[in-house]
Design a protein around this ligand. Structure first.
Ligand SMILES: Nc1nc2c(ncn2[C@@H]2O[C@H](COP(=O)(O)OP(=O)(O)O)[C@@H](O)[C@H]2O)c(=O)[nH]1
Ligand SMILES: [Mg+2]
Length: 169
């Protein structure tokens, strides 16, 4: 079955977004970020998998944990032939960070299709969103992107439609 992966810095709102997409509280919304480095797979209607990649860029994490993270993610990206698309979550209140750009560079290296998902737009401004978008476009050219708020349930349907379309193509 096709897989759709979600990645982003710890605390970016990944678990909340996955829960909003699934319409259920399955992914663990944490108070202390950066603890898990497991890849979670959620099967949706026997049609596709939502893949929850462990959060990156958590500064307080030890070096050995960061190395484990890298090993797990790179192995997954290298071997996941059924990975149709990767959603890279970026907090819409801030500019994309070095770790976001590094992750996108990896996706390009492994030749994976991706979209950027700006999260927490309910707490953001038009200016910071367009600044973030400009930063990404300057580096990667035209990119596919989504604007979402899990709390306000904004942009979730569009994202779901995109996934279902690709999954059933
Ligand atoms: N305002 C706002 N807060 C959010 C949104 N999504 C997540 N959060 C909050 O951001 C924090 C981290 O969320 P979580 O989903 O656990 O992020 P993860 O570490 O990337 O999985 C939590 O306190 C959430 O309540 C959103 O769309 N809007
Ligand atoms: Mg999480």
């Amino acid at each position: 079955m096709p897989q759709f992966a979600f990645a982003g810095r710890s605390n970016v709102g990944k678990s909340s977004l996955i829960n909003a997409i699934l319409g259920r509280k399955i992914a663990y919304v944490s108070k202390s970020p950066g603890k898990t480095i497991l890849i979670n797979f959620y099967k949706v209607n026997d049609v596709f998998f939502i893949v929850d990649l462990p959060g990156y860029g958590y500064a307080k994490r030890s070096k050995s944990l960061r190395q484990k993270w890298r090993y797990i993610i790179e192995n997954y990206l290298k071997n996941a032939n059924l990975l149709y698309h990767v959603f890279v979550l970026v907090d819409s209140r801030h500019l994309p960070m070095e770790s976001d750009l590094m992750f996108i560079d990896w996706l390009k290296f492994y030749d994976k299709d991706f979209s950027v998902v700006f999260t927490k737009t309910d707490k953001s401004t038009q200016k910071s969103i367009s600044d973030g978008l400009k930063c990404l476009k300057d580096k990667y050219g035209d990119i596919n992107y989504f604007l979402t708020s899990s709390t306000k349930k904004k942009g979730i349907n569009k994202l779901c439609d995109f996934i279902v379309n690709k999954a059933t193509l």
